[in-house]
Design a protein around this ligand. Structure first.
Ligand SMILES: Nc1ncnc2c1ncn2[C@@H]1O[C@H](COP(=O)(O)OP(=O)(O)O)[C@@H](O)[C@H]1O
Ligand SMILES: [Mg+2]
Length: 326
């Protein structure tokens, strides 16, 4: 199936010996075609998600300056989508682990997000509004019986913490409402360090299958949230003390934000505050991802939830500390 699509795209079939399989959320393969094209082929079996990935590609045609792996084509019937495989890159998470995520990289990401958020949208365009509120407030109210039966011990523990915390639920609900009330702009909506590729001449954004029109604070908050999460983990695992570790990352966030602001002066005045609040939610979101395969929560994860809670409840107090100041 993959070969017939690649042949249809004029790339030739895959060279068998070059193929590597990847298991992410979706099954994907990388390889080199007989014509010598390095490809990354993703099998997105959820039709709604596949539809979003294709809608984003249609939208991005009008945004040639957006650095992302070039989409070479797709087959909707087979749920396959083909990208140019960017070789010689390292993902942002690995770069962060090696302390190689530097200020110029953060600045370039700021400019890139400003370009995305500032892109013109038309009401009938391919990119659709977000389908679910974010934060996903329904999660904070109740859990269905099938979800309960499937949940891991750590997920139930986390849900228990959240369901008891009415202040947190109220803050998340307020944030979701505010996010709906602002201008809905083109967003990546699933920005994590591992979705960024560094090298091959710059920084590239991958995995656009959640892209939609939503509050741009979600993307800014996710970037900030990734760094907050990293320092929360370091603090608790004993490799950093107190807020010192975030002091090391603050220049990255500040450079990112200043590049974003210079490239997008139209940003609303409350963007920084909502971004901090979304960075707070991001902690909880990350802990959910970790909890899926765990019997109980580690103190590191409980600490991350605690930090997320503070950011959700009092975002304005943290704007300066995290580096999103004017
Ligand atoms: N075109 C590409 N070239 C090189 N690496 C890629 C490319 N697209 C994605 N990646 C890397 O592979 C990882 C998984 O791909 P992704 O599209 O995010 O799949 P999933 O939806 O399963 O998360 C990404 O996080 C990124 O690091
Ligand atoms: Mg991904």
């Amino acid at each position: 199936m993959i070969d017939s699509l690649l042949e249809r795209l004029g790339l030739g079939p895959l060279r068998r010996e070059s193929v590597t399989e990847h298991r992410g959320r979706w099954h994907a393969i990388t390889g080199i075609t007989r014509q010598g094209a390095p490809v990354f082929v993703k099998h997105i079996t959820d039709p709604a998600v596949f539809g979003r990935a294709v809608a984003f590609e249609r939208f991005a045609v009008a945004l040639p300056g957006l650095p992302r792996p070039r989409c070479l084509g797709w087959d909707a019937r087979e749920s396959l989508i083909v990208f140019a495989h960017l070789r010689g890159t390292v993902d942002g998470l690995r770069a962060a682990e090696k302390d190689a995520f530097d200020v110029p990289t953060a600045r370039e990401l700021g400019r890139t997000l400003a370009l995305l958020h500032g892109a013109p949208v038309d009401g009938d365009g391919p990119l659709r509004p977000a389908e679910q509120p974010h934060p996903p407030v329904a999660l904070l109210e109740a859990i269905s019986l099938p979800a309960f039966l499937e949940a891991s011990g750590a997920e139930l523990e986390l849900l228990g913490m959240l369901h008891e915390d009415t202040a947190l639920a109220a803050a998340a609900t307020r944030l979701a409402e505010e996010a709906c009330a602002v201008a809905q702009l083109p967003c990546h909506a699933d920005l994590r360090l591992d979705q960024l590729l560094l090298g091959a001449g710059g920084i590239w954004l991958t995995d656009w299958d959640q892209a939609c029109l939503t509050d741009p604070a979600r993307d800014i908050g996710a970037f900030l949230g990734e760094w907050l999460h990293r320092s929360a983990r370091k603090v608790r695992s004993g490799t950093a003390a107190g807020t010192e570790d975030f002091a090391g990352t603050r220049p990255l966030v500040a450079a990112f934000w200043s590049a974003y602001r210079s490239a997008r002066s139209a940003a609303d005045g409350e963007l920084a505050r909502r971004s901090v609040a979304f960075a707070g939610w991001h902690q909880i979101d990350r802990v959910f991802a970790i909890a899926r395969s765990r019997a109980w929560l580690h103190p590191v994860e409980r600490a991350a939830v605690g930090i997320g809670r503070v950011a959700l409840l009092s975002p304005a107090d943290l704007i300066e500390a995290v580096g999103l100041c004017r």
